[in-house]
Design a protein around this ligand. Sequence first.
Ligand code: ADP
Ligand code: ASP
Ligand code: MG
Length: 420
Amino acid sequence: MKILKFGGASVKDAQGIKNLTKVLEVTGTQKTLIVVSAMGKTTNSLEKVVNNYFNAKHKLQSSIQEIKKYHNEILLDLFNNDSELIFKKISKLFDELITFFEINKSPDYDFIYDQTVIFGELVSTSIVSYYLNNIGLKNNWLDARKVIKTDKNYRNAKVIWEDTQEKIKYGLKSQKLIVTQGFIGSDSNNFSTTLGREGSDYSAAIFAYCLNAKEVYVWKDVEGVLNADPRYFENTTLLKTLSYEEAIELSYYGATVIHPKTLQPLQRKEIPLHVKSFLKPKDVGTKISKGLKLNPEVPCYILRKNQVLISLSSLDFSYIVEENISHIFKLLHFYKMKVNLIQNSAISFSVCIEDPYRKLSELILKLKSKYNVSIHKNVSIFTIRNYSSYSIGEIEKNKTVLIKQITQKTVQIVTRTINK
Ligand code: ADP
Ligand code: ASP
Ligand code: MG
């Protein structure tokens, strides 16, 4: 079995879906499971729908219709007339979403978020599956929620591996080509859950793990894993091979080309991961596998933007000890902050965080009752793996360095300004 994963960028329009079939010509379709994300930026648009439900009800219907229109246009590009059954099927999915909002009684934002955003993947995979069948690539559409079982931690659900393993093992026997969704699952009450934004790579790994797949291919809008994100760095180099460990490190520090949870399940079963370009499917791309090393051995740069640097010192200039640190971390955990870097000295403690749930002001208020607090908003963390003194110099050029941490393999530099 092999697992292929197509992200939003690869299926953002009809051309993309046609291109997907070109990729399948290269990979073949025997014993293949295809994981597909929501098309283009659909998940972002569905997030707006959720916000409208809570904060601007008058915009709710029009925001849903806009997403429906986007998919209808793709359908019209793929099929010449709207008598194809798929038009009805997609329309029904949007009706389901509208009905959900009509009957929903829950006030829980995260729950409603998950019941909503899953429609992006349901719609995209329905379209891809129908199109492939239509051109003769016979496949079965699988509702991933039937097999990926999770806890009830909506928006960031944890996979329940035993249940999922069981369901995949018995639910997917003897099928040749399967089209399914990334990112989504369901809880014990069969309510929809999601695995965290950008989680489709992880879904591919979950299927691979449970099916003992031979290989996983994720198809991207870049040649493979590069030594830096080409959106922020010039002259990037393709990393032809990587060890699991190095790939885990890169994604941990913020290389968003692979979702951070993807690699562990693959490493456990030693399943190789290929990261390749959906536009050049015959090119080598990146292979991550047992026994491979970083090649070429170049410095790898990772940029995390929009960080908040908080520096704390005790009000009476006493030492910052275990008790303080434990209290600070309890607060960070409570307000769901993502901690990306910490630094402490005798009387101060600094932490670089992301605030995905916009709880910063509440956190600061709490911290101020116990500490002197200084805040730098909108700072960046540059991480260089496999650094050289030249690469550090390049990063520090024209920037105010607020913190610098160096270990044997990694340097992290917190800066105030970004060049680009
Ligand atoms: P998907 O379509 O599967 O969701 P993503 O958009 O999440 O794909 O990942 C591809 C993007 O990741 C690229 O367009 C690139 O901007 C970004 N990226 C970040 N770091 C790297 C890196 N080290 N190498 C390649 N791409 C990277
Ligand atoms: N569609 C989801 C997102 O945009 C999952 C994914 O694409 O990986 O976050
Ligand atoms: Mg993505």
